[in-house]
Design a protein around this ligand. Sequence first.
Ligand SMILES: NC(=O)C1=CN([C@@H]2O[C@H](COP(=O)(O)OP(=O)(O)OC[C@H]3O[C@@H](n4cnc5c(N)ncnc54)[C@H](O)[C@@H]3O)[C@@H](O)[C@H]2O)C=CC1
Ligand SMILES: Nc1nc(O)c(N)c(N[C@@H]2O[C@H](COP(=O)(O)O)[C@@H](O)[C@H]2O)n1
Length: 224
Amino acid sequence: MKPFVFVNLAMSADGKLSTTERRQVKISGRSDFLRVDEIKAGSDAIMVGIGTVIADDPSLTVKSERLKKERTDRGCDENPVRIIIDSEGRTPENAEILHKGPGRRIIAVSEKASDKNLERLSPYADIIVAGKDKVDLGGVMEALSDIGIKKVMVEGGGTLIWSLFEENLIDEFYTCIGSIIIGGQSAPTAADGTGFIKEENFTKLELIDMEKADDGVLLRWRVK
Ligand SMILES: NC(=O)C1=CN([C@@H]2O[C@H](COP(=O)(O)OP(=O)(O)OC[C@H]3O[C@@H](n4cnc5c(N)ncnc54)[C@H](O)[C@@H]3O)[C@@H](O)[C@H]2O)C=CC1
Ligand SMILES: Nc1nc(O)c(N)c(N[C@@H]2O[C@H](COP(=O)(O)O)[C@@H](O)[C@H]2O)n1
């Protein structure tokens, strides 16, 4: 069993998630910020890769007081469970995600993570060990399902999203395309990793919705 998994991200009109220096930039506008907060508050868990934690130091908290209250009225924590995919347990102890706002944190590591790192991080998060070298994402999804997590929002970045597509673990893919060009061959995109070579292996999507969002466009796809 696995939870329902959807990706939500913002990309520039040329398909980049950030700059070549992996510096976070404002891509989407105010209305998209509010939409993202709503879907985050409607999720049981939010997942990011360690690359995003190191690059952006996000908190991944729900921002609106109304949405926080709605969650606590439903008997949930103010924030969804925050999950970091981090093979070696490199998450910095002072990362925002480990400190800002109440709620459970999970760090999924592989067998490569040292005991020292596990000890270092265990005061801040529950640790799941899955996979030999890199994190076994299918195993993590099963473990999440076992603890009652039904809906996971994946925030990024491109390396994690690629692996989730490769392993056929994504149900829906939402992207807000903003009205800027970032450029740069090595700037992160929505699905980096090694890429599919054979056409028959490409992930096929069905467009389920599209709408104007500020000066950009929001596209929602279902994985066929
Ligand atoms: N515009 C947007 O909506 C967003 C942009 N970003 C951007 O994305 C960039 C970070 O993305 P990435 O460097 O690609 O890092 P990432 O956040 O995708 O993390 C990838 C890392 O996760 C670890 N990992 C462990 N097991 C794995 C597995 N099975 N598959 C894949 N990764 C695994 C590896 O250490 C790997 O390098 C930053 O520049 C950030 O600003 C990130 C999130 C949202
Ligand atoms: N949805 C969206 N729009 C943008 O314009 C962005 N730059 C991002 N970036 C990602 O949002 C996360 C920040 O989370 P917190 O505010 O710290 O909770 C971070 O992961 C960015 O990469 N997203």
